[in-house]
Ligand binder design. Sequence first.
Ligand SMILES: [Fe+2]
Length: 152
Amino acid sequence: MAKKSKPNSVVGALNNVLADYYLLTLKTHGFHWNVEGPNFAELHGLFEKQYEQLGEIVDRVAERARALGGFAAGSLEQYLRLTRLTEQTGDRYPARSMIEALLADHEALIRSLREDIEFVSGECGDEGTTDFLIGLMQEHEKIAWMLRAYLS
Ligand SMILES: [Fe+2]
């Protein structure tokens, strides 16, 4: 499911990550609005917590790109070009399939972050960004665990 766009700089890698986060934040927010079923209140609240957490990370990723002297992508056109995730269009999905879709995206993001970490630490030798991305990966491992728990 992942589209690949290989970065050629730390800022390039951060913009790929930024695009992934933007898409996943939007998808999670959409699920918060549109979830239905007997677990509505719980999932509505869970998705809200997650899009808030992701939205806060979006800002940190963008500002790290700026701190390194680069620019942060700020348009949907750029995000669609840069992301390794895919959008889910349409508004009506069973609650379980929403959780499955988010889990798949968080797992894909963990795999992409692992590659990004290898790139920024190995090829670029940027320890600060490596450390930053490792922190993000750990947040996803926790979110993925929570989503997985709903499916078991
Ligand atoms: Fe809301």
